[in-house]
Write a protein that binds this ligand. Structure first.
Ligand SMILES: Cc1cc2nc3c(=O)[nH]c(=O)nc-3n(C[C@H](O)[C@H](O)[C@H](O)COP(=O)(O)OP(=O)(O)OC[C@H]3O[C@@H](n4cnc5c(N)ncnc54)[C@H](O)[C@@H]3O)c2cc1C
Ligand SMILES: *[C@@H]1O[C@H](CO)[C@@H](O)[C@H](O)[C@H]1NC(C)=O
Ligand SMILES: *[C@@H]1O[C@H](CO)[C@@H](O)[C@H](O)[C@H]1NC(C)=O
Ligand SMILES: *[C@@H]1O[C@H](CO)[C@@H](O)[C@H](O)[C@H]1NC(C)=O
Ligand SMILES: *[C@@H]1O[C@H](CO)[C@@H](O)[C@H](O)[C@H]1NC(C)=O
Ligand SMILES: *[C@@H]1O[C@H](CO)[C@@H](O)[C@H](O)[C@H]1NC(C)=O
Ligand SMILES: *[C@@H]1O[C@H](CO)[C@@H](O)[C@H](O)[C@H]1NC(C)=O
Length: 593
C-alpha cells in the first residue's frame, strides 16, 4: 500500500513510530488511540509474538518533557448548572495520551466502586466478573509499587504490599512511587482529622478503603521521570509484530456484514488522503472518553435520531453512546488564615534528602455520613425520591433512564454507607482545601454536532451538565460545612482560623449553594462513562466482555467503559481495565492460558 504525504519518522516497530508507507495492509488487531489504555492493550496482545498489532495515534511521539500543543483544543458547552460558564476540555493528544500529560496523582477508587460496576452488569455468557476482588488482581498486574523510604517513618505512612503484586526488575511497567519528602506542616491536619468522628486511617492508598491515606505518583523510581503508557508499554519493546502509527486520524470504523472489518484513516491534516487498514480479529477502541463516542457515532453507532440529523447511515441504533458522561467536579478553594500556624513537632523537624521523586501527599476520602452526620439521610432520601428522568437531558432514551434509575438506587444506598466516598481532598499543609465532589450524580453528554455531518475534524459537543442535578450542589455545600467544622472546632480550633473563601456572608445553604454554582469547576480532567459497560436495556454500550452491542469484532477498552466514575484519579483504573480487557480479548480469541 502506498500513500503520499510525509508522516513523521519512517521506520519499523520499536522506539520510532511507523509512517503509513511502512505499515501492513492487514493486522490481527487494530487499536484506535495510542493513549493510556491503547498502548497497555497493544503491549499485552503483541507480547506472545503470535499476533500482529497496530496502534493508531493522532498525536505525535514527543521528545520527553517537551510537549507543547499536546492537548486537544476543545471548549465545553455552557454549563447551565454553573451559571452558563464554559470550560476547557483538557485531554492528551500525544503518544501516551492523557497519561503523558496528566498530574501523575496515582490513586485507586473505593473497593465498592468496582463492586458497583458488577451490580451494573447484565447478560454474561462467559461469566466475566467485574468486582473489587477481580480488579485487585489487575491492579497488581498493571502497577509496580515502590515502597516508601525509611526516612518517611516519622510520619504515619501506612502501606501494605498485599495490595500490590508486581516487583519486576525492568522498566517495562507502570510505577507507583512514594517520594521521600512529606511536608511536616501536614502533621497537624493529620492528627486533627484522625480524631474526627467516624474518620478512618486507610491501611494502604491502594486498599480501596476510605480515610486518611498517603498516596503515590506515577514516577519511575530509578529516574524520577514520568512513568506512563509509552515508557511502560512501548519504548524499548522493539517487537516486529507491534506497530505504532502516529499523526494519523482514525476517521471511522469500516463494517462488513455488521463485523468490524477495519478502520479508515488519514494522515493528520490531510483528510483527502484516506485509506483503509483491515483487521482479522478485532478493532479495539481506546480513543478516550471524548473521542471514543465520537468515532462510534461517526461510524453509525449511536442514537439513531442524532445520526440521521447528521446524515450518517445507522449501523446500530445504540442510544447510550455519548450519554452517561461523568467527571469529578471540584471547588477551586475553601481557604482560611490563622494568626499562628500549628507548630511542627520536634520529631518531624528532620532533614530529609530530596530523592527527586517528588512529594508524597496526604489525602482523605470521606463517606457522606462523616461529611455530614446531620444531613446525609435527608440528602439520600431526597435523591432517592427523584423521578430519574427529571435531571437528565430532555428526550433521553428510556433505556438510559432505566440505567440511571439503577445508578440512582445504588448511590442513594451508598450515601448512607461507610465505604463509598463523597469527598476527596488533599492536605497541602496550608489551611486551604480543594474539595472534590468525587461521586457526582449529574450526567452529561458527548455528542457530535449534527450540523458538522460526518466531519471528524469538528470536535464533539462536550456538555458536562455538572450540577444539573441539585443533589451535587447539596453535597458540595455539606463539604464546605465539613471543612468549616474541621478548621474551627476540635483540635484545630485553638489556631483561631478565619475563613477567607467563601468568607463571611455565606451562611445559609442557599447562599452557599449559589456560591457553589458560581465557583465550581466541572472537571478534574477525568472524563468517563460515554460507552458504558451496562446492559443494553439500561442504555449500555458494551457488555461485560467490553464488546460493542449490535456488531461483531469491536470493543472499547478505555475510560469510556466505566459505568460510574471511581473515587480517585482515573489513570490507575484505566491501566487495570486495559489489562483485564487484554485478557478478555485473548479469552475470546482462544489464546489465553
Ligand atoms: C491534564 C490532565 C490531568 C490529569 N491528571 C490526572 C492525575 O493526576 N492522575 C490520574 O490518575 N489521572 C489524571 N488524568 C486522567 C487520566 O490521565 C485519564 O483518565 C486516562 O489517561 C485516560 O486514558 P484513556 O486511555 O481512556 O484515554 P487517553 O489516554 O486520553 O488516550 C486516548 C488517545 O486516543 C487518541 N485519539 C483520539 N481520537 C483519535 C482518532 N480519531 N484517531 C487516532 N487517535 C485518536 C488521543 O490522541 C489519545 O492519545 C488527567 C488527565 C489530564 C488530561
Ligand atoms: C491546539 O492548539 C495548539 C496551539 O495552536 C496547537 O499547537 C495544537 O496542535 C492544537 N492541538 C490539536 C490537537 O490540534
Ligand atoms: C443560561 O442560558 C440559558 C439559555 O441561554 C438561559 O435560559 C439561562 O437563564 C441562563 N442561566 C443563567 C444562570 O444565566
Ligand atoms: C522488590 O524486590 C526487592 C529485591 O528484589 C526488594 O528490595 C523490595 O523491597 C521489593 N519491593 C516491594 C514493594 O516488595
Ligand atoms: C531503568 O531505567 C533507568 C534509566 O534508564 C536505568 O538507570 C535503570 O538501570 C533501568 N532499570 C532496569 C532494571 O533496567
Ligand atoms: C528545627 O530544628 C532546628 C535545629 O535543628 C531549629 O533551629 C529550628 O528552629 C527547628 N524548627 C522548628 C519549626 O521547630
Ligand atoms: C485564639 O483566641 C483566644 C481567645 O480568643 C486567645 O486566647 C488565643 O491566644 C488565640 N490563639 C491564637 C493562636 O491566636
Amino acid at each position: 500500500m502506498r500513500l503520499c504525504g510525509i508522516i513523521q519518522v519512517s521506520c519499523f516497530a520499536g522506539l520510532f513510530p511507523a509512517s503509513i508507507q511502512a505499515i501492513k495492509e492487514t493486522y490481527d488487531y487494530v487499536i484506535v488511540g495510542g493513549g493510556t489504555a491503547g498502548l497497555t492493550v497493544g503491549d499485552r496482545l503483541s507480547e506472545s509474538g503470535k499476533h500482529s498489532v497496530l496502534v493508531i495515534e493522532y498525536g505525535y511521539l514527543e521528545p520527553d518533557g517537551q510537549r507543547p500543543g499536546t492537548l486537544y483544543n476543545i471548549t465545553s458547552a455552557p454549563v447551565a448548572g454553573l451559571n452558563n460558564r464554559t470550560f476547557p476540555v483538557s485531554i492528551g493528544c500525544v503518544v501516551g495520551g492523557s497519561s503523558a500529560v496528566n498530574g501523575m496523582v496515582f490513586q485507586r477508587g473505593n473497593a465498592k466502586d468496582y463492586d458497583v460496576w458488577g451490580e451494573l452488569g447484565g447478560g454474561n455468557p462467559r461469566r466475566v466478573r467485574w468486582n473489587w476482588v477481580d480488579m485487585l488482581k489487575y491492579f497488581k498486574k498493571s502497577i509496580q509499587m515502590t515502597a516508601p523510604k525509611p526516612e518517611t517513618a516519622a510520619f504515619d505512612l501506612r502501606y501494605d504490599t498485599k495490595y500490590w503484586g508486581r516487583n519486576l526488575t525492568t522498566n517495562h511497567t507502570i510505577f507507583a512511587t512514594f517520594g521521600n519528602v512529606i511536608s511536616p506542616k501536614t502533621h497537624a491536619f493529620y492528627e486533627a482529622a484522625k480524631r474526627l468522628s467516624g474518620m478512618k486511617v486507610s491501611p494502604d492508598a491502594g486498599s480501596g478503603q476510605l480515610g486518611l491515606q498517603y498516596y503515590q505518583t506515577s514516577t519511575n523510581p530509578y529516574t524520577g521521570e514520568r512513568s506512563y503508557s509509552r515508557t511502560g508499554h512501548w519504548d524499548g519493546l522493539n517487537r516486529a509484530n507491534y506497530d505504532l502509527l502516529t499523526a494519523t486520524r482514525v476517521n471511522k470504523i469500516v463494517f462488513d456484514h455488521h463485523r468490524a472489518a477495519g478502520v479508515q484513516i488519514y494522515p493528520r491534516g490531510e483528510s483527502s488522503k484516506k485509506t483503509t487498514i483491515r483487521v482479522r480479529k478485532e478493532v479495539i477502541l481506546a480513543a478516550g472518553a471524548i473521542h471514543t463516542p465520537q468515532i462510534l457515532q461517526l461510524s453509525g453507532i449511536g442514537p439513531a435520531d442524532l445520526l440521521k440529523r447528521a446524515g450518517i447511515p445507522v449501523e446500530v441504533d445504540l442510544p447510550g453512546v455519548g450519554y452517561n458522561f461523568q467527571d469529578h467536579t471540584f471547588i477551586p478553594a475553601v481557604s482560611f488564615s490563622w494568626l499562628t500556624s500549628p507548630p511542627i513537632p520536634e520529631h518531624l523537624n528532620i532533614t530529609v534528602v530530596d530523592d527527586g521523586l517528588g512529594r508524597t501527599s496526604l489525602g482523605l476520602s470521606v463517606e457522606l455520613p462523616v461529611v455530614s452526620p446531620g444531613s446525609f439521610k435527608r440528602i439520600a432520601s431526597k435523591y432517592e425520591s427523584q423521578d430519574p428522568a427529571t435531571y437528565l437531558p430532555k428526550g433521553t432514551d428510556r433505556t438510559i433512564i432505566r440505567g440511571y434509575r439503577k445508578q440512582q438506587q445504588i448511590y442513594a444506598r451508598e450515601m448512607r454507607a461507610k465505604d463509598f466516598s463523597f469527598l476527596r481532598a488533599t492536605f497541602s499543609g496550608d489551611p486551604s482545601f480543594v474539595p472534590i465532589i468525587i461521586h457526582p450524580v449529574s450526567r452529561g453528554t458527548v455528542l457530535i454536532d449534527p450540523a458538522a455531518g460526518s466531519d471528524i475534524e469538528v470536535e464533539p459537543i462536550v456538555n458536562y451538565r455538572a450540577a444539573s442535578n441539585p443533589i451535587d450542589v447539596d453535597v458540595a455545600v455539606e463539604e464546605i460545612k465539613f471543612l468549616r467544622r474541621f478548621m474551627t472546632t476540635g483540635e484545630l480550633s485553638r489556631y483561631n482560623a478565619t475563613e477567607v473563601v467563601p468568607g463571611p456572608g455565606y451562611e445559609s445553604d442557599e447562599a452557599l449553594g449559589a456560591w457553589v454554582r458560581a465557583n465550581t469547576i466541572p472537571s478534574v480532567y477525568h472524563p468517563v462513562g460515554t460507552a458504558a459497560k451496562m446492559p443494553r436495556e439500561w442504555g449500555g454500550v458494551v457488555g461485560e466482555d467490553l464488546m460493542v452491542y449490535g456488531v461483531r469484532g469491536l470493543s472499547v477498552v478505555d475510560a469510556s467503559m466505566m459505568p460510574t466514575i471511581v473515587a480517585g484519579t482515573t489513570s490507575m483504573t484505566v491501566y487495570a481495565v486495559a489489562e483485564k480487557a487484554a485478557d478478555l480479548i485473548k479469552l475470546r480469541a482462544g489464546t489465553i492460558v
